[in-house]
Design a protein around this ligand. Structure first.
Ligand SMILES: [Zn+2]
Ligand SMILES: [Zn+2]
Length: 390
């Protein structure tokens, strides 16, 4: 079968590899009908994620048709159409039982690596390094889904792939980020980063009752989408460099009630702060560039919440803990508990409250994935979301 494989920094190829087989009785094999490239796949592409090996199959956002199930899978059969959540979760451990699916204790066979880095290991993730389990990803014609009887959500026939694919990651991720803000009526929410997660965070903030959302980015197409799809007011930080001051101005001097950092460890920015981070990151003196996060902490209203769906890997410098402490901020962050949100969000899609396909900017054949990665990295013709058709 064809699969998108990682070969090194900036080197992704479509290779012919052997088809996956059932290994465990709880597995299913899926024939992928649609998959996507995620912003976090760029962290792999850029070589920021350790423990990738040449030939690893990428992709954690995918859906398709069940072609085979293991003997213990009783709630799925051949021909069912499913979306698969990106964290692999057992459904039985302490954390899964508490609805904290991305913290599953049982699915990462390389937990020792993550424990060495973070102290504890979370759930494994499809196509996202050996540190996170070493499972083959879904940017391929077929994929093996472990714990298939736990993770899936069956999709009714009348919903097209493009409307439901993003239940696998970015829609729940944007929604969780907004839910973490504990939005009260009248609240103003600011969102850094108008990529796909940012777009869904904006939309979700309104669905959860925000009065007003301010979207921050530098790419005009993304800002336009934040207006038309999300209904946000926008702030271009290249035109308006003092983001913190501008946010104060727009919120009666108080700052947004909640701030969402949908950017993460590869932030862009302007001025001295970002130069400092880029130099330190290049010299490996710092792993993460927390530029957006610093602004979010500085801008946030006293007593407010900073919610972080953007991915951070390890250490960040000049983290303004004093400011966060003095203002009594609440922080919420982490990988998304996708399983918890899939069904309620599927219902919102069915009711027409949200149409996730609106953010798709490019529809590309799986064969052209290497070009798509390169263009996505360089933000050529301003890609927002690329879907790949095997
Ligand atoms: Zn993703
Ligand atoms: Zn578990």
């Amino acid at each position: 079968m064809k699969a998108v494989c990682w070969f090194g920094k900036g080197d992704v190829r479509v290779e012919n590899v052997s088809e996956p087989k059932i290994i465990n009785p709880h597995d299913a094999i899926i024939k992928v009908s649609l998959t996507a490239i995620c912003g976090s796949d760029l962290h792999l592409y850029d070589g920021y994620m350790p423990t990738m090996e040449k030939g690893d199959i990428l992709g954690h956002e995918f859906m398709g048709e069940i072609v085979e199930v293991g003997r213990e899978v009783r709630n799925l059969k051949k021909g069912d159409r499913v979306v698969v959540p990106f964290p692999i979760s057992c459904g039985r451990c302490y954390f899964c039982q508490k609805d904290m699916w991305s913290l599953c204790d049982n699915t990462n066979p390389n937990a020792w690596m993550a424990e060495g880095m973070y102290g504890f290991a979370g759930a494994a993730i499809f196509g996202y390094s050996h540190l996170l389990g070493g499972y083959a990803g879904g940017q391929a014609e077929y994929v093996r889904v472990p714990f298939a009887d736990v993770g899936h959500v069956k999709i009714p026939a009348d919903l097209p792939d493009e409307k439901v694919l993003f239940l696998s990651d970015i829609l729940p991720t944007g929604y969780q980020a907004a839910e973490y803000c504990g939005i009260q009526p009248g609240d103003v929410v600011a969102v850094w980063g108008c990529g796909p997660v940012g777009q869904f965070a904006i939309k979700s903030a309104y669905l959860l009752g925000a009065e007003h959302v301010i979207a921050i980015d530098r790419i005009p197409e993304r800002l336009r989408l934040a207006e038309t799809f999300g209904g946000a007011e926008t702030l271009n930080y290249e035109e308006n460099e003092d983001v913190v001051e501008e946010l104060k101005q727009r919120t009666g001097g108080r700052g947004p009630d909640a701030c969402i950092d949908a950017v993460g460890l590869e932030a862009h920015g302007t001025g001295l702060g970002i130069m400092y981070d880029k130099v330190k990151q290049t010299l490996r003196l710092e792993t993460d560039r927390p530029y957006a996060l610093r602004q979010a902490i500085q801008a946030c209203c006293k007593g407010g919440t900073v919610s972080i769906p953007g991915v951070y890997a390890q250490f960040a410098d000049k983290f303004p803990i004093g400011s966060a402490f003095a203002k009594g901020l609440t922080f919420k962050m982490g990988q998304t508990h996708v399983h918890k949100y899939m069904r309620p969000l599927l219902e919102r899609i069915q009711k027409g409250e949200i149409d996730p396909s609106a953010i798709i900017s490019h529809r590309i054949r799986l064969d052209d994935a290497p070009i798509a990665y390169r263009k996505f990295r360089e933000k050529e013709d301003c890609h927002i979301k690329i879907v790949l058709k095997p």
